[in-house]
Design a protein around this ligand. Structure first.
Ligand code: AKB
Length: 345
């Protein structure tokens, strides 16, 4: 995973859903990891990880990350920290500071602390929130979106992700363009636009695709769930293991194979009613009803029904292991069942 050099690998948002899933893979690949998060870890990280607790809005804190293992170059940054879409609408200034300024701080750190001639990989998880369809008719008519279509986000989170993608491209092409030697390729920026993610191990917080994982986890715990979108609401989802596989695949791809910096990835695109049906098939005692929250519904209505991911399939052989049925039958249900069974023992 990541590149061949032997610097440190910084993971921001390390205590979040994706950080927890990704870090074991980095360790298995022999990386020295700096796990940065706003909150101190609740349990110690394994050997190979040094925790850094602080706020990525604070440039001075971000500058310390490269030295958590002593002096040396940065090999890669997996910049996972973000204020998600619903949380962002509750505090747009915070979302902008974390999602845009925080990203700028990380890009600037990576640009200054790479090995000469070997720009650090910067992996930026973007989102389907960069898309913005004006209404439900537009969404239904548009169907699955290509990367360049409908980039008109409705949320401050989507705006921040689009800005992060563009800033990454800037650091990869034009950074220090007024220096006498001209611009340099300061970072190897790669980004994936993720759909909603379903994990058996963790729950997201502050997102708008959260109704998918929340419905499932509530059923597994035997709790009722009131879904905040309409039954016909449809957006793409994938499982967390597939999201991590996508990150590994794009990180490992030779730069010569990449025809773009930002890629869609898809897996399955169920409606909320179809998720509820499958959850109920696996957990027959599930109690799910629908009480749409107009503003959160409008956000989901502005996101595409699905995405076209031909470029990822062609360039770095993206293919999800889980479709909708196998995601539940082979990953989510067995794992979530044993997880909550262990919790009540
Ligand atoms: C959110 O709902 O904000 C995220 C996303 C789709 O990027 N899960």
């Amino acid at each position: 995973m990541a590149t061949g050099s032997s610097g440190v690998v910084i993971v921001t948002g390390a205590g979040g859903e994706m950080g927890h899933a990704l870090i074991p893979h980095l360790l298995a690949a022999g990386k020295r990891v700096v796990a940065a998060d706003l909150r101190a870890p609740t349990s110690p990280w394994p050997d190979g990880v040094r925790a850094a607790t602080g706020d990525i809005r604070d440039r001075a804190f971000v500058k310390t990350l490269a030295d958590a293992w002593g002096e040396g170059p940065i090999e890669a940054v997996y910049h996972l920290a973000a204020v998600l879409s619903s949380a962002g609408e509750r505090n747009p200034e915070l979302a902008h500071e974390v999602n845009v300024m925080g990203t700028m701080h990380l890009l600037s750190l990576a640009a200054e602390r790479g090995t000469p001639g070997h720009p650090p990989l910067v992996l930026f998880p973007s989102s389907i929130a960069v898309y913005g369809l004006h209404d439900l008719d537009a969404k239904r008519n548009a169907g699955a979106l290509h990367e360049e279509e409908h980039l008109d986000p409705r949320t401050v989170y989507g705006l921040g992700k689009l800005a992060g993608e563009e800033l990454g491209g800037y650091y990869a092409r034009y950074y220090r363009q007024l220096d006498p030697q001209g611009p340099r390729r300061a970072v190897d920026f790669r980004s994936i636009r993720f759909p909603g993610i379903l994990s058996a191990d963790t729950l997201p917080s502050g997102g708008t695709s959260d109704y998918g994982p929340e419905m499932l986890h509530a059923a597994a715990k035997g709790e009722p769930y009131r879904c905040f979108v309409r039954p016909d609401a449809r957006i793409p989802f994938m499982t967390m293991p597939d999201a991590i596989r996508a990150i590994e695949a794009i990180a490992a791809a030779p730069v010569s194979r990449l025809s773009r910096r930002v890629y869609n990835v898809g897996a399955f695109a169920p409606s909320a009613a179809e998720i509820a049906e499958l959850v109920t098939r696996h957990f027959p005692r599930a109690r799910i009803d629908f009480s749409p929250h107009p503003a959160r519904q409008a956000i989901v209505d502005s996101w595409p029904e699905d995405v076209v991911d031909h470029a990822a399939r062609r360039d770095w052989h993206w293919t999800p292991t889980h479709d909708f049925e196998s995601a539940f039958a082979e990953y989510l249900v067995p794992r979530i069942t044993s997880r909550y069974a262990a919790a009540v023992r």
